[in-house]
Design a protein around this ligand. Structure first.
Ligand code: FAD
Ligand code: NA
Length: 388
């Protein structure tokens, strides 16, 4: 095969590596993806009836405080001045998120100052303190107290996992941020925005190089594929961004993931919910949230009599499901350590991205990690001429 590098996965990690290697080192790169589109989970496409851009794997908001990443992504797209905000519906009332002073004062029908609210929540949290924290509920109550936990966390978490929070491991949450002011900007990063002409245009520009060949609908593990990419392993370096447990045939046991189901609907109204994302905190509805995509781009000329909404449902992933969020139980972490030992025995394969490292990565983190992999591993590897 006339190629210097094989990249498995056309998501942000794989395409950043491919783009750097082609543009900086002049390497010939083949990128394969088993899906029929590039972009990994950041892929979006236009809903034909309305012309509205829909993020196919759930809403994707770009934000970063990393200047290197920001400068890099701005080579391929400019960004709007979109600022993400989220609301939640609880018992027929709408509250701002993340939990902030506005949420607290609305919930307790009060006018607490930041100091008063802080004192109240730490008192309620202290009441929830236990000698041993044995599940997610114990931990959450000890962090924010029982009233806020029961209103905003308990049922939402139960829906996310299809499991009672008392049966979920405590380590699923590390913290529950509460803001003691009225700031309800969801992200607090230096840079934030959405790609002006959409995610797919951005991603296509990354792959647009004569040395980069993208082969879609090509599974790394499909031995019947036309040109067996796996033959390249051992002859040229491989960057693998698929699931790490799959690479090793699940020899150390499967890693557990949460998956999402999406239900899309075109509705004949100009504005369905008045905001991009509405969470549903209670169990009276089965979905966790509704995305209304036109609100991500108020600057666009979208129809004013139609809208696209997407209801999101969440559950544990089974083998055939798309892996979305690592569950990361103690057993998972143990298995991951054993996979890392096996990775160390594969000098010709670089594992990267969210699936290859079993880590939730935002887009900016995947891109940042790929830029580091390029500088610290790939550039030295090819400079040393160690490959054929
Ligand atoms: P991916 O984008 O998952 O790409 C991996 C690719 O590898 C996939 O295209 C897959 O098909 C391919 N692949 C896997 N196995 C094989 C195989 N055997 N052969 C060939 N190809 C294979 N980030 C943000 O910054 N903001 C957000 O708001 C945000 N929202 C998110 C919402 C959801 C529901 C999810 C799941 C993620 C979200 N992210 C968000 C993160 C973002 O989507 C990506 O996780 C991030 O860009 C990491 O990219 P990646 O290249 O590592 O992985
Ligand atoms: Na998101």
């Amino acid at each position: 095969m006339n190629v210097d590098l094989v990249v498995v996965g056309a998501g942000f990690f794989g395409l950043t590596v491919a783009e750097r290697c082609a543009n900086e080192l002049g390497l010939r790169v083949v990128v394969i993806d088993k899906r029929d589109h590039i972009g990994g989970n950041a892929y979006s496409s236009v809903e034909p009836e309305t012309g509205i851009e829909v993020h196919r794997y759930g809403a994707h908001l770009f934000h970063t405080s990393n200047k290197v990443v920001w400068d890099y992504v701005n080579r391929f797209t400019s960004f709007t001045d979109y600022r993400h905000r989220v609301y939640t519906t609880h018992k027929g009332e709408v509250f701002p998120l993340p939990i902030n002073l506005g949420t607290i004062n609305q919930f307790f029908h009060s006018a607490y100052s930041p100091t008063e609210a802080r004192a109240l929540i730490s008192e309620q949290a202290a009441e929830g303190e236990l000698a041993t924290v044995s599940n997610l509920e114990d931990k959450a109550v000890a962090l924010i107290g029982r009233p806020l936990y029961e209103a905003f966390i308990r049922d939402y978490t139960a829906k996310q996992w299809q499991t009672d929070p008392r049966e979920l491991p405590a380590e699923v949450i590390s913290r529950l941020p509460v803001r003691y002011n009225y700031d309800n900007r969801y992200f607090s990063d230096t840079y934030e925005g959405l790609p002006v002409d959409g995610y797919t245009a951005w991603i296509e520009r990354m792959a647009d190089h004569p040395n980069i060949e993208v082969r879609l609908s090509t599974d790394f593990f499909d031995l019947d594929q036309e040109i067996n990419i796996r033959d390249a392993v051992g002859t040229v370096p491989v960057v693998y961004t698929g699931p790490v447990d799959r690479y090793f045939d699940y020899s150390e046991g499967p890693l557990s993931w949460r998956t999402l189901d999406f239900e899309e609907e075109v509705i004949q109204t100009g504005d369905y919910q008045g905001t991009p994302v509405m969470n549903y905190a209670d169990t009276d509805v089965a979905y966790t949230r509704i995305h209304e995509f036109k609100h991500f781009h108020p600057e666009r000329d979208y129809p004013n009599d139609k809208t696209v909404i997407m209801r999101e449902f969440s559950r544990f992933a089974e083998e055939a499901d798309e892996p979305y969020y690592p569950v990361n139980t103690a057993a998972d972490r143990e298995r991951l350590l054993r996979y890392r030992e096996r990775i160390a025995e594969q000098p010709n394969v670089i594992f990267g991205g969210r699936l290859g490292t079993y880590q939730y990565l935002d887009m900016h983190m995947a891109i940042g990690a790929a830029l580091s992999t390029f500088e610290n591993k790939l550039r030295p590897l090819f400079a040393s001429g160690a490959t054929n």
